[in-house]
Design a protein around this ligand. Structure first.
Ligand SMILES: [Mn+2]
Length: 321
């Protein structure tokens, strides 16, 4: 972890300390309290009280950090060393109330809002998808209505479950209703599988979302899909919310509501790289539930998805300087 007076403090050097040694931070980066300020912070949000099916995403951040030990500092596909370009740090986990969803959402909004106010771009590790709503509230306060690309097997624009309005199946309906979103620049990517009724889709369109299904990605190809998405987004402030169940269960078995017919991890990583140049101001990767994982398949995928998100943001910040 050597750095010059002005150079960012980087990951632990794997030639000096084995990758499997020591307490885990994301990609063996320094903790935020070791560097004082970060341009980009990885933040764990271990909260899964909003799930409708298999619980366990509260253990996602710890699993992702462990799986991220093998990441290396240079991204060849984008010719970028993200941890040398800007200061990236692991901000640890938020202490979120597991028994009170309203309090949990308020905690997340406030604490992520403080990070953003410090000039830090948050990249969050869930946790279930409920956390996207307070994250979007905090993003909206800083940036105004947000363009959103929502990678997911599901729409997550349902209205309520058992009378509960704040769940992992409802964050994007609430966000649209609350005026947090730029209705000209919203898309789900990778959706598939059975719905409750055809009205799910008409309601979703009314809320402002376009849809690129997982079959669309397969048929049209990654580059064509990315081109149409980036054209629609332009230079709007963009939030990327990635439910790991956008991946096929073969690529991400460790998640709460798996659906057959999803993206490969390669397709998702290539889609992200093809978004290079967008004005990405925040992101999350959610719904990693390690109890259902095998051989860390899901956690490894999530750690690489986060690496590409960090790289996209580092490149944007580098261009801005
Ligand atoms: Mn979701």
């Amino acid at each position: 972890m050597q750095a010059g007076p002005d150079a960012p403090l980087g990951p632990v050097n794997a030639a000096l300390v084995p990758r499997y040694a020591g307490a885990a931070t994301y990609a063996r980066l320094p903790r935020l309290d070791e560097v004082g300020h970060a341009d980009i912070a990885l933040l764990g949000i271990p909260f899964d009280t909003g799930v409708s099916y298999r619980p366990g995403a509260r253990f996602g951040p710890a699993a992702i950090r462990e799986a991220s030990r093998l990441l290396r500092p240079y991204h060849p596909a984008l010719d970028t060393s993200p941890f040398a370009a800007v200061q990236v740090a692991d901000a640890g986990d938020l202490a979120v109330n597991p028994f009170d969803i309203a309090e949990a959402l308020a905690t997340i909004e406030t604490q992520v809002g403080e990070l953003i106010a410090d000039g830090t771009v948050p990249v969050c590790m869930g946790g279930d998808h409920t956390i996207a709503l307070p994250l979007l509230r905090a993003m909206h306060r800083a940036h105004g209505p947000m363009a959103v690309l929502h990678f997911d097997a599901h729409l997550d624009t349902w209205d309520s479950y058992f009378g509960a309005d704040y769940t992992h199946g409802t964050p994007f309906r609430r966000a649209s209703e609350e005026g947090l979103l730029d209705l000209d620049a919203l898309s789900h990517v990778g959706t598939r599988g059975p719905l409750y009724a055809a009205e799910d889709l008409s309601e979703d369109a009314r809320l402002g979302f376009g849809i690129v299904t997982s079959s669309d990605v397969g048929r049209r190809g990654v580059d064509a899909v990315a081109a149409s998405l980036t054209e629609r987004i332009g230079d709007r402030p963009l939030y990327l919310s990635i439910d790991i169940d956008v991946l096929d269960p073969a690529h991400a078995p460790g998640t709460g509501t798996p659906e057959a017919g999803g993206l490969t991890s390669r397709e998702l990583l290539e889609l992200l790289r093809a978004l290079d140049g967008v004005n990405l101001v925040g992101a999350d990767v959610v719904e990693v539930a390690p109890a259902y994982d095998h051989a860390d398949i899901t956690a490894v995928a999530a750690s690489h998805v986060l690496y590409d998100l960090v790289t996209l943001i580092a490149r944007r910040l580098g261009r801005a300087r």
